[in-house]
Design a protein around this ligand. Structure first.
Ligand SMILES: Cc1cc2nc3c(=O)[nH]c(=O)nc-3n(C[C@H](O)[C@H](O)[C@H](O)COP(=O)(O)OP(=O)(O)OC[C@H]3O[C@@H](n4cnc5c(N)ncnc54)[C@H](O)[C@@H]3O)c2cc1C
Length: 281
C-alpha cells in the first residue's frame, strides 16, 4: 500500500501575533511546528503501513525551511519526504495550494507508485479553512472521507476501507472504495515517538526537493499569488466583550414571560426588531 500524507509547517499558534498596521501574521522569530492535525493523519498512515506493508510518503509545500518538518516526519517513521518549494508558490491561497499539491501528488504517483490513500489533516491552525483536503480530492478525482475519527478494516479483495466519521449528532460508519482521500480529526490516536533507528535514518535521508517545473507544473499562472483569487481585506482580533453575563430575576407570575419582559427592558430595540422580523415571514 502506498500512502501520501500532506503535512503543513505552521507557526506555533501559541506564540503568533498580528501586525497592528499591516494586519498580516508576523512569522519572524515565531517557532514552527507540524500542523497538529497532520500528526494524527501521519500516525494513522504509519499504523496502516505497519499493519499492511507498503510505504508512506510525506509531502509539504512551503519555504526551504519546511524541510525541518519533513525530517521530523521521517523521524516518526515515514519512508520518503517530498518538499515542494519554489518562489512561484509564494502567497498561495487554497485554490493555488490545492493545484500545486495535486500536481505534486500526480508526480509522486508517476515516480513512486499510485497512492491508495492520500491523508490530510482536517484543517490547519493558521489558514484554518479545511478546504485543502477536499480541494485535492476534487482535482485528482478521488473519493473523499472527511472528519475521520478512526480508520478500520481494509479489504484487499474488494479494494475497500472502513472508517468512522464524526458528523453532527453522531458517528457514521462508512465503507469506501479506494483510492480515497481522508481528512483526519484531532485526538484520534496516540502519536508515536520515533525509534533510535528512525532518528538515525532521518538524519541521513535525502529529502526530495521539487520546484514547480520538477513537479510537472505547466501553467504557472495557477500558482502562488497569480493563481490566488482570495483577497484579505482585514485581519483583526475581536475586542474583549464589554457586557458581562448577568443573573435575571424572573419575578412574579409566569417565569418565562417575566424573563422575556426583563430581556426586552435591557435591550430596548430588540422587541421592535423581532416583531419586524416576524412580519416578514
Ligand atoms: C483569507 C486568507 C488569506 C491568507 N493569506 C495568506 C498570506 O498572506 N500568506 C500566507 O502565507 N498564507 C496566507 N493564507 C494561508 C494560505 O491560503 C493557506 O496556507 C493555504 O492555502 C492552505 O490553506 P489552509 O492553511 O487553510 O489549509 P487547510 O485547508 O485548513 O488544511 C487542511 C490540510 O491540508 C494540508 N495542507 C494545507 N496546506 C498544505 C501545504 N502547504 N502543504 C502540504 N499540505 C498542506 C494539511 O494536511 C492540512 O491539515 C491565507 C489564507 C486565507 C484563507
Amino acid at each position: 500500500m502506498h500512502i501520501v500524507v500532506c503535512i503543513k509547517q505552521v507557526p506555533d499558534s501559541a506564540q503568533i501575533r498580528v501586525h497592528p498596521v499591516t494586519n498580516t501574521i508576523m512569522r519572524q522569530g515565531v517557532p514552527t511546528i507540524i500542523n497538529p492535525y497532520d500528526l494524527f493523519a501521519l500516525e494513522e498512515a504509519l499504523r496502516l503501513r505497519d499493519r499492511l506493508g507498503g510505504e508512506v510518503t510525506v509531502l509539504t509545500m512551503g519555504p526551504p525551511s519546511a524541510e525541518d518538518s519533513l525530517r521530523k516526519a521521517l523521524v516518526f517513521g515515514a519512508n520518503r519526504a517530498v518538499l515542494l518549494t519554489d518562489r512561484f508558490f509564494a502567497g498561495s491561497d487554497t485554490l493555488a495550494t490545492t493545484f500545486a499539491l495535486a500536481t505534486a501528488i500526480t508526480k509522486i504517483s508517476e515516480t513512486y507508485g499510485k497512492p491508495d490513500i492520500v491523508f490530510t489533516g482536517k484543517q490547519t491552525i493558521d489558514g484554518d479553512t479545511a478546504q485543502v483536503g477536499p480541494g485535492i480530492a476534487k482535482r485528482l478525482g478521488l473519493l473523499q472521507l472527511t472528519y475521520v475519527s478512526k480508520v478500520g478494516d481494509y479489504d484487499a479483495a474488494n479494494g475497500t476501507i472502513d472508517v468512522e466519521r464524526r458528523s453532527e449528532g453522531g458517528t457514521q460508519m462508512l465503507r469506501s472504495k479506494m483510492p480515497v482521500l481522508i481528512t483526519m480529526l484531532e485526538g484520534t490516536n496516540e502519536i508515536r515517538r520515533g525509534t533510535m533507528a528512525d532518528t538515525l535514518r532521518a538524519a541521513r535521508a535525502e529529502v526530495v526537493k521539487w520546484n514547480a517545473k520538477d513537479a510537472g507544473v505547466e501553467d504557472l499562472s495557477k500558482c502562488g499569488l497569480k493563481g490566488s483569487p482570495t483577497i484579505v481585506k482585514r485581519v483583526f482580533a475581536p475586542g474583549p466583550r464589554a457586557e458581562k453575563a448577568a443573573f435575571v430575576e424572573a419575578g412574579e407570575g409566569n417565569p418565562a414571560d417575566a424573563l422575556i419582559d426583563e430581556i426586552f427592558k435591557r435591550q430596548p430595540t430588540l422587541e421592535a426588531e423581532m416583531t419586524a422580523l416576524a412580519r416578514g415571514f
